[in-house]
Design a protein around this ligand. Sequence first.
Ligand code: MV4
Length: 445
Amino acid sequence: MFEKVLIANRGEIALRVHRACREMGIETVAVHSTADSDAMHVRLADESVCIGPPASRDSYLNMQAILSAARISGADAIHPGVGFLSENAAFAEMVEEHGYVFIGPTPEHIRLMGDKIAAKEAIQELGLSVVPGSDGPVTDDAEAARIAQDIGYPVLVKAAAGGGGRGMKVAEAPDELPDVLAHCRNEAAASFGDDAVYIEKYLGHPRHIEIQLLGDGAGKVLHFGERDCSIQRRHQKVIEEAPSPALDVATRAEIGARAAEAVGKISYRGAGTIEFLYEDGDFHFIEMNTRLQVEHPISEMISGIDLVREQIKIAAGEPMTLSQSDIVLSGHAIECRVVAEHPDTFAPSPGKVTEYHAPGGLGVRVDSQLYSGYAVPPHYDSLVSKLVVHADSRAECIMRLNRALDEYVIGGIETTIPLHQRLILEQDFLNGDYDIHWLETYLGL
Ligand code: MV4
């Protein structure tokens, strides 16, 4: 096992990784920007190294600085957390070339899934259904028009290098297609330096359902059921739940097994997530994330398994002793992503936290970097806390979440706690009756 792990991240996820390391008897090295000297992950780590100024590109995205920090501290391995360098194949490669273990998938798998066209092709060959669309990139407008006519309008044009909702646009009818193609190619070239685009049938009312996977790199892949992440605004997830209120037990077991089998064929290593759009009873693969995800705690709560611990064990080369029959999903879990933003306008609200009291009690978990007196810096993602609640049934889970939100005190900054309090008591939410557009419609966007 590793003696020392460098955590190449900040905020609540750095803390999350630190906690797993501590419980495994592994020393931790925090890296931080000058804006994060007082951060909780820095305070708790055994050692810390300042890696640069506030701007992410000069600190948390600065590969050389992070590798220098690894060298100075004598770390054995690097955990990239989520976001930042977690899906950067070149970074994973550099980490390995410098003699450290990258706690994540192989650079090849990160690269494959980062190219959304190549990922879709590979996943289709591995046996999962994808959204009907072009086979590969479309370069010719006449060919694009034929494909679109074939699959039927509306169609969605997506950038190969996109993902997470960036660089996509709908064409409602044939006359819109040339402009939409040109727009997406330009956007993709400007944003990603790659103008490759592809076409898909536009699904009008899907749910976003994703399967949590864990592979040992030798062909064994376990699934941990699904998460329903449909409650989102501008591609930012707001509430996630597991299991999805839309699936029954048999459907869950089947899609989990199919997803695990697919990536088992490529001997996937580490934690990963297969994202599907689920509409009218059908799953359509859209993307695979080759990292831990922000919302992983809800899968941990229903499975009782520490996914970060498992990631670390796999990276250290320990045999994966878990088997699928050990993964028994029980009860229901919901996560509220609390962000430092105004609950009505979503205006950012960084600044000093003057008062802090986190909820507790049975089935309540708070993954947060906040403490009383901490100043939320303005330079980064606004996520300040994940309130995660587990209970036997969905109805009890919502009651417990309501109770926990009522107890939560974060003074001095605006947060979205009041929004969460309203959302979870909406009749549609209580009924589990929502799709990816529900929240934006509710908010009048
Ligand atoms: C789609 C779609 C409808 N039809 N693809 C957005 C993020 C990226 N991962 C894929 N996305 C979508 N792809 C087809 N063929 C609708 C979305 C989409 C979406 C997906 C998941 C969660 C939230 C979303 C919000 C808007 C659009």
